[in-house]
Design a protein around this ligand. Structure first.
Ligand code: NAD
Length: 279
C-alpha cells in the first residue's frame, strides 16, 4: 500500500499530505471510523472542538497502538473561545478530550473579523508553541488581509491555511498568496461535500481513463497541485478508496481540465471568511 507523502512546514515540521476529516461525525462514530482510517493507512486526522468528537478521536488514537510520533492530529480553536486567555484554556480542554500530551497542529477555526480577536488569539497559539504544547500552528478561513495582519503584528507566519477548496472553487489567488508567504494550503470540503462535483462529466471522463473513481480523481488533483487534503467518509469502503487515490497519477491535460471547472465565487459552498460572523 502506498503511504501519504509528507509536506514540510515553514517551521521545519511536516504533515502527511493526505489526511482524514471528521466534521459531522458523532463522537461514538468518530471512534469507529478513525480506527478504520488508521487501518486503511491514514496517519493524519483533522478534528475541531466544534465537531464534538475530539473524545472519540482520542479513544481511536488510544486503541490504535500507534505511537504519537507515528500520527498527526489537528484540532481547531472555536470562535467563542477566541482571545488570549480563553484560547489557552480552550486548548487544554481539547487536549484533555483528545488524551494527548502534545498536539501536532492547532488552528484558529475562523477569522471572525467583526469579533476582531484573531491577533490576540494568534499570540496565544504562538505562546503554546513556545511552551512545546503544540508543534505547529496555523489558521483556517482567513482572508489575505487577515493573514497579512497576523504576520505583520506577530512576526510569525502560519504553517498552514485550511480553506474551502475543490475543483468548482479552486482558490487560485489565495493558494498563490499562501505559497508566496511560505504557508501550505489545506483543502476543506475537498470533494465538494460529495454532491454535483462527483457526477461531473469531466471528472467522470478522467476517472474512466485512469480506471479510478471520481472521488479518487478529485483527491489526486489536490495532491498534484500541492494541497494538503482531508476527505471525509464514514463508509469503510470509501475510506479505503479515498486513501488509494495516492496511486492515481494525473497528467498535465487532466489537471488543466480540472482547473477549468472553477466557478469562482459561485462555486463556494460555505461562508465567506472575509465577512462571516457566527458563534
Ligand atoms: P468532503 O468534501 O470531504 O465530502 C465528504 C462527503 O463526500 C461524504 O460525506 C460523502 O457523502 C462523499 N464521499 C466521500 N468519499 C466518497 C467516495 N469515495 N465516493 C463517493 N462519495 C464520497 O466534505 P467535508 O466533510 O465537508 O470536508 C472534509 C473535512 O474538511 C471535514 O471532515 C473537516 O475535517 C474539514 N472541514 C473543515 C472546515 C473548516 O471550517 N475548517 C469546514 C468543513 C470541513
Amino acid at each position: 500500500m502506498t503511504s501519504s507523502p509528507d509536506l514540510t512546514f515553514n517551521d521545519g515540521n511536516s504533515i502527511p499530505q493526505l489526511g482524514y476529516g471528521v466534521w459531522q461525525v458523532e463522537d461514538d462514530v468518530a471512534e469507529k471510523v478513525v480506527r478504520q482510517a488508521f487501518e486503511a493507512g491514514y496517519r493524519h486526522i483533522d478534528t475541531a472542538k466544534i465537531y464534538g468528537n475530539e473524545a472519540g478521536v482520542g479513544r481511536a488514537i488510544a486503541a490504535s497502538g500507534l505511537k504519537p510520533e507515528e500520527i498527526f492530529i489537528t484540532t481547531k480553536l472555536w470562535n467563542a473561545d477566541q482571545g488570549y486567555e480563553s484560547t489557552l484554556e480552550a486548548f487544554e480542554a481539547s487536549m484533555d478530550r483528545l488524551g494527548l500530551e502534545t498536539l501536532d497542529l492547532y488552528l484558529i477555526h475562523w477569522m471572525q473579523p467583526k469579533q476582531d480577536k484573531y491577533v490576540d488569539t494568534w499570540k496565544a497559539l504562538i505562546e503554546l508553541q513556545k511552551r512545546g504544547r503544540v508543534k505547529s500552528i496555523g489558521v483556517s478561513n482567513f482572508s489575505k488581509e487577515g493573514l497579512q495582519r497576523l504576520i505583520d503584528e506577530s512576526g510569525v507566519v502560519p504553517a498552514i491555511h485550511q480553506i474551502e477548496l475543490h475543483p468548482f472553487f479552486n482558490q487560485a489567488e489565495l493558494r498563490e498568496f499562501n505559497a508566496a508567504n511560505g504557508i501550505l494550503t489545506q483543502a476543506w470540503s475537498p470533494l465538494g461535500q460529495g454532491g454535483e462535483l462527483l457526477s461531473d462529466e469531466t471528472i467522470a471522463g478522467i476517472a474512466a481513463k485512469h480506471g479510478a473513481t471520481p472521488a479518487q480523481v478529485v483527491i489526486a488533483w489536490h495532491l498534484a497541485i500541492g494541497n494538503v487534503v482531508i476527505p471525509k467518509s464514514v463508509t469503510a469502503e470509501r475510506i479505503v478508496e479515498n486513501y488509494a487515490a495516492l496511486d492515481v497519477t494525473l497528467d498535465e491535460a487532466d489537471i488543466a481540465a480540472i482547473n477549468g471547472l472553477d466557478r469562482g465565487a459561485d462555486g463556494r459552498i460555505g461562508p465567506d471568511p472575509a465577512v462571516s460572523d457566527f458563534a
